[in-house]
Ligand binder design. Structure first.
Ligand SMILES: Cc1cn([C@H]2C[C@H](O)[C@@H](COP(=O)(O)OP(=O)(O)OP(=O)(O)O)O2)c(=O)[nH]c1=O
Length: 191
């Protein structure tokens, strides 16, 4: 369905920029306003999958395909979403300091007939040990705002990353390899 309009259900400028990098320009961009509160004892990766699906179903788009994603940081079973304030960002970074963690992104593509195709992608990272001064200086930049886990790998936080295994674009909010596969799978993207 190469001629089907594509709607990106997202308010994230990063997702639009990432898509542009692989030559995908949505016909429309509409934020999906959904409740991002985790369910009781919900695992980080299952939250990312559920929210991507909820976002893809939340927008009206007759005759169109809807692409949505959700990114969550997980430290073990703990979920780090978008920090509410600087204090929470500081807490998240303290938790990530010197530890391995995962970034999970759920991607959901709703087809015009309502069928849903999904991917769940996880990237493992390790941050160096961070001093209080480093954490405070980073939080001062404000870069943590609107970012899961309270950091932006596409910004200054890249200097804390000692190790990364898996998809880099996944950390920024949209795994491009897997997203292209989804779009190719329904014939929207060629070759
Ligand atoms: C870990 C990390 C997350 N992020 C961002 C990606 C996502 O935009 C955000 C996680 O929040 P999301 O709820 O996934 O997305 P969003 O609220 O920004 O946009 P929407 O729901 O409308 O699509 O964190 C970075 O930009 N860099 C990073 O290094």
């Amino acid at each position: 369905m190469p001629d089907t309009p594509l709607l990106l259900a997202s308010a994230s400028p990063r997702r639009l920029e990432l898509l542009a990098r692989i030559g995908v320009v949505p016909d429309r961009v509409t934020p999906a306003d959904v409740d991002e509160t985790p369910l009781k004892a919900e695992l980080p990766r299952l939250l990312a999958r559920r929210l991507a699906e909820t976002k893809a179903r939340a927008v009206e788009a007759p005759g169109a395909m809807v692409l949505a994603a959700d990114t969550v940081v997980g430290v073990g079973r703990r979920i780090l979403g978008k920090p509410a304030d600087a204090e929470e960002a500081r807490r998240f970074l303290t938790l990530l300091s010197g530890r391995r963690h995962q970034v999970h992104t759920g991607v959901a593509l709703r087809l015009p007939d309502g069928a849903l195709r999904q991917r769940l992608v996880s990237t493992t990272l390790a941050f160096q040990r961070l001093t209080d001064q480093q954490i405070n200086a980073y939080v001062e930049t404000g870069e943590w705002q609107g970012k899961a886990g309270g950091y932006a790998i596409q910004g200054r936080a890249e200097m804390f990353v000692r190790f990364l295994s898996g998809s880099h674009s996944n950390v920024v909010g949209l795994p491009l390899f897997e997203t292209a596969q989804l779009l190719r799978g329904c014939g929207w993207l060629r070759p």
